[in-house]
Design a protein around this ligand. Structure first.
Ligand code: PMP
Length: 306
């Protein structure tokens, strides 16, 4: 399998990926001055794909840009059109992960967002599961705290802020875990290194609030919508670390991770260490929904014939 599809949208046009390169002096490479997205397109059959929440991802990118003082060059609708054109041009033969990135592209010295030109590029890679969704993840609460919104805006998907995720993930992997959970500077649970987190406690589905220094995940919203439809009581509120240990179920969600349940946190089994009923129900419904198989969630996906 190739590690990336052949064409990219690069600074205004679709060109071969091998030519879609930036210079070592590029501002965003030096200072992390950019924002990005991760979008999935699931393969339905040989020629048909289901692109999930594409417009919503570009809407978030537009907001990320606004927060950073950058300008997203297109409407989310137009960016979706370009993405679909690129998908067709790439003719993928597997599930696709789509990575748009808006970045400060000149060679100016000194970190700032003003008076520096920016560019949008998009590339696509094949992607199956980012993390195992079936086996039960072994997870560690990180010694690294989640960045706070007042240092690097957390609801913006900022390239530079992923140093924080990389530190937590590295610590988790080197300790033999699959993934990390961040606490925020208040000591409350925030999210995973690249995913939001949910727990089930006494039959109620709970996730951390928008003010917990999380990225406001698009999949997180899908989980809440599914919970509502399945009549599972749900709420967003602060979660303490030890509540997770003592909870009935915990799972991660995100575009990359999809819905992946957690069997163990810091060496403590969650319930009996098996997938819980609520996690299973939500996971199954999510996987059906993103393939475009559930009428109720048809608006989540754009089906594309390549
Ligand atoms: N939090 C972080 C830090 C992330 O990187 C991601 C992945 N984009 C998420 C949460 C989940 O967001 P989404 O569901 O929009 O992919």
């Amino acid at each position: 399998m190739k590690d990336a599809f052949d064409f990219a949208y690069f600074e205004g046009k679709i060109i071969p990926l091998k030519d879609a390169n930036v210079n070592i002096r590029t501002h965003a490479l030096q200072y992390g001055t950019g924002c990005f997205e991760g979008i999935r397109a699931y393969q339905i059959d040989e020629k048909k794909f289901s692109v999930v929440k594409c417009k919503e991802h570009y809407e978030r990118m537009e907001k990320s840009a606004k927060i950073l003082g950058m300008k997203f060059p297109f409407s989310p609708e137009k960016a979706t059109e370009i993405t679909i054109e690129l998908l067709k041009k790439n003719k993928p033969d597997s599930g696709v992960y789509i990575r748009p990135i808006l970045y400060k592209s000149s060679y100016d010295l000194g970190p700032r967002f003003c008076d520096i030109p920016e560019e949008l590029s998009i590339y696509m890679i094949p992607l199956g599961d980012y993390l195992d969704t079936q086996k039960g993840l072994k997870v560690k609460v990180s010694s690294w705290r989640r960045i706070s919104d007042n240092s690097i805006p957390t609801r913006a998907k900022v390239t530079g802020s992923y140093v924080n995720s990389a530190l937590a993930k590295t610590e988790a992997l080197s300790g033999g875990y699959d993934e990390a959970i961040f606490l925020n500077e208040d000591g409350k649970v925030a999210e995973g290194s690249t995913e939001n987190i949910f727990m089930v406690k006494n039959g109620e589905l709970i996730t951390t609030p928008e003010t917990a220094n999380i990225l406001e995940g698009i999949t997180r919203n899908c989980m809440l919508e599914i919970a509502k439809d399945l009549k599972i009581p749900y709420k967003t509120r602060e979660i303490s670390r030890t509540e997770l240990y003592a909870s009935n179920e915990v799972f991660f969600c995100g575009t990359g991770v999809q819905v992946a349940w957690i069997s163990e946190i810091d060496g403590r089994k969650i319930s009996n260490g098996k997938i819980g009923k609520v996690s299973k129900k939500i996971q199954e419904r999510y996987f059906d929904a993103v393939m475009g198989n559930i009428d109720k969630y048809k608006s989540w996906v754009k089906k594309v014939q390549i």
